[in-house]
Design a protein around this ligand. Structure first.
Ligand code: NAD
Ligand code: TDX
Length: 359
């Protein structure tokens, strides 16, 4: 029995990595539902990601800032949204260490602006109809696990450590506060590390693929022993679709890949897949692995218990780590034009600021 039937959806941050993969899935699958993508097109957002849906009659793009209350309120009035799926964020931990206030502005103030626009649009005339605000969040809000600890779940207390995760925690608290205080129909999902097509090459997986292909040094923080749980982005998009239609308001759903790996294992796997795809001798790319100064406050381990989502809504990951990484390597090697287009001057400036003094 569906809990929610979307008719008109505001997707924020739909030109970024996960948002674009979500739109590429949803726009063709739901031709009777209208999707409006509100994205500021920061360095992380690119309309190249959306070429497959840009001409679809049920899709429209608006360039703008989620923290602009007049713009957001005007979009609610013009489109009568039934649904918000909120991806827009500053999303890179290393950048949050260089420029924390940008993260507070977008992730906290931007989320608050959206929640308040939804409150005004949906609750001004009594109880809401069939409306829903889906807030997309991360496992990083739960802090860091030691090697033998049980994975994070929906009841794990918050313990963020970076300006990124603290700002995402703030946004999660605001989303739940709007449910508790105003009865705004909010759902929160917290997901582990995503990988797949259209990820900006500041993040570990595309950064290593691009640099391994070019035989450039491959920066591994500390000793490469930190552990992340990896989920293919298409599985995350499918989870959000499932939660959007069938999840309960006021609830949290943890989404994970069941694929914990040490960073060095991930980097070595990618090196071997790149060598194999390019027909190079085994070990060629691994020679570039370079251990660099660790990230300050680097969380040791993330892992997710997604049994609630599996039990209640019947979702589980479809991609294995091995097949998903192989497909992902192939995708980046076949989309060098996309990599070149997004790795512009501002990317190169960031890379120099981030890695120039390390080693
Ligand atoms: P991303 O950085 O690739 O994309 C973010 C998008 O938001 C970009 O298109 C950018 O232009 C847009 N944006 C940024 N500031 C904006 C603003 N003020 N107004 C409007 N648009 C703005 O991020 P992503 O990896 O796709 O992550 C999407 C969401 O999922 C984020 O909320 C992130 O916290 C969460 N998340 C990410 C991961 C992951 O592994 N990448 C895992 C779990 C949760
Ligand atoms: O060059 C690198 N070398 C390296 O060793 C980079 C970029 C990263 N790392 C390490 C740091 C992490 O332990 O690899 C791991 C993964 O790093 P990132 O790709 O920066 O991801 P992470 O910090 O784990 O956060 C990601 O997952 C959760 C996303 O960026 C977040 O948006 C999401 O919420």
């Amino acid at each position: 029995m569906p809990q929610h039937t979307p008719t008109s959806v505001l997707v924020t941050g739909g030109a970024g990595f996960i948002g674009s993969n979500f739109l590429l899935r949803m726009v063709p699958r739901h031709p009777g539902v209208r999707f409006v993508n509100l994205d500021l097109l920061t360095y992380a957002g690119n309309l190249l990601n959306l070429q497959a849906v840009e001409d679809a009659p049920n899709y429209a793009f608006v360039q703008g800032d989620i923290a602009d209350a007049d713009l957001v309120g005007g979009l609610f009035a013009a489109h009568g949204f039934s649904t918000v799926v909120h991806f827009a964020a500053e999303s890179h931990v290393d950048r949050s260490i260089l420029d924390p206030l940008a993260f507070v502005r977008t992730n906290v103030l931007g989320t608050a602006t959206l929640l308040d626009a939804a409150r005004q649009a949906w609750l001004a005339e009594g109880p809401p109809g069939d409306v829903r605000f889906h807030h997309v969040s991360t496992d990083e809000v739960f802090g860091a696990l030691a090697p033998g600890d049980p994975p994070f779940s929906e009841v794990t207390p918050y313990d963020p450590h970076s300006p990124y995760s603290a700002s995402k925690a703030g946004s999660d608290h605001l989303a739940r506060a709007y449910f508790d205080t105003y009865g705004l129909p909010v759902v929160v999902s917290n997901c582990s590390n995503n990988y797949g097509p259209y990820q900006f090459p500041e993040k570990l997986v595309p950064l290593i693929i691009a640099r391994a292909a070019a035989l450039e040094p491959l920066p591994v923080y500390g000793k490469g022993e930190n552990v992340r749980d990896w989920l293919h982005v298409e599985d995350h998009a499918a989870a959000i679709e499932r939660i959007l239609f069938a999840g309960e308001t006021g609830e949290t759903y943890c989404v994970g890949g069941g694929a914990e790996r040490r960073n060095l294992e991930v980097v070595e796997t990618l090196c071997d897949l790149v060598d194999e795809a390019l027909g190079r001798p085994a070990g060629t790319a691994r020679a570039g692995i370079t251990f660099v100064t660790d990230r300050p406050g680097h969380d040791f381990r993330y892992a997710m218990d997604f049994s609630k989502l599996e039990r209640e809504l019947g979702w589980r990951p479809a991609h294995s780590f091995e097949d998903g990484m192989r497909d992902t390597v192939r995708w980046y090697l076949e989309h060098r034009d996309w990599l070149d287009a997004v790795m512009d001057a501002s990317y190169r400036d960031y890379y120099e600021r981030q890695y120039g003094g390390r080693g």
